[in-house]
Design a protein around this ligand. Structure first.
Ligand code: URA
Length: 214
């Protein structure tokens, strides 16, 4: 169900998601457990995000009879990872969507303008014909996510969802202004951003914790 303050946001309150998220946040969680939890929570977010995939029927023959049975219609979805932390979520989604295509968008923040600058962009040529699921664990200011969504819309994408593990109200509000048509699914809407742009209470730097770089 959409959040009362943010019609673009759905918080997945399932007990398994919330339990795993608590351990993900803990500073005592080791790199291998952190990776596993990111994968597991991402999988559950993907389960919710794919609820409305279009369906059709196809003839299926059981040992007893042939009948028209429901299958997913259209081209395989495309997962788009915002580098680098988005990569930690891709495997969880691929476990549910093993034939999905995977695109990558690399952005860095220009130190003077503080605007996101693209350094890498690779998606399937026919991405506009696919349901697109953008993954980025931390929706903080929302500027990178908004830039990634701008770029995907320039490619003609219209069926786009954004999956993140944690969201800050500042980022959700930014996306509501700039991309009100893009549903966001998250495991938690946290309190706020601190002066360094980190989500509070958050989980720290998701990329560093995933890749053991700190
Ligand atoms: N990116 C992170 O990795 N952590 C935050 O808290 C905010 C942005």
């Amino acid at each position: 169900m959409a959040h009362s303050d943010f019609p673009n946001l759905t918080v997945i309150s399932h007990p398994l998601v919330q339990h795993k998220l608590s351990y993900l946040r803990s500073q005592d969680t080791t790199t291998d457990t952190f990776r596993r939890l990111v994968r597991e929570i991402s999988q559950m977010l993907a389960y919710e995000a794919t609820r409305d995939l279009p369906m059709k029927t196809a003839p299926i023959t059981t040992p007893i009879a042939t009948f028209q049975s429901p299958v997913i219609a259209g081209k395989k979805p495309c997962i788009v990872s915002i580098l680098r932390a988005g990569n930690g979520m891709v495997d969880g989604l691929l476990e549910l969507l093993p034939s999905a295509r995977v695109g990558h968008i690399g952005l860095y923040r220009d130190p003077t303008t503080l605007e996101p600058v693209e350094y890498y962009f690779k998606v399937p040529e026919d991405v506009a014909d696919r349901a697109v699921i953008v993954v980025d664990p931390m929706l903080a200011t929302g500027n990178s996510a908004a830039a990634a969504l701008d770029r995907l819309k320039e490619c003609g994408c219209s069926a786009i969802k954004l999956l993140c593990l944690l969201a800050a109200p500042e980022g959700v509000g930014n996306l509501l202004k700039r991309h009100p048509d893009v549903p966001i699914l998250t495991a938690s809407l946290d309190e706020r951003l601190n002066d360094h742009g980190y989500i509070v209470p958050g989980l720290g730097d998701a990329g560093d914790r995933l890749f053991g770089t700190r």
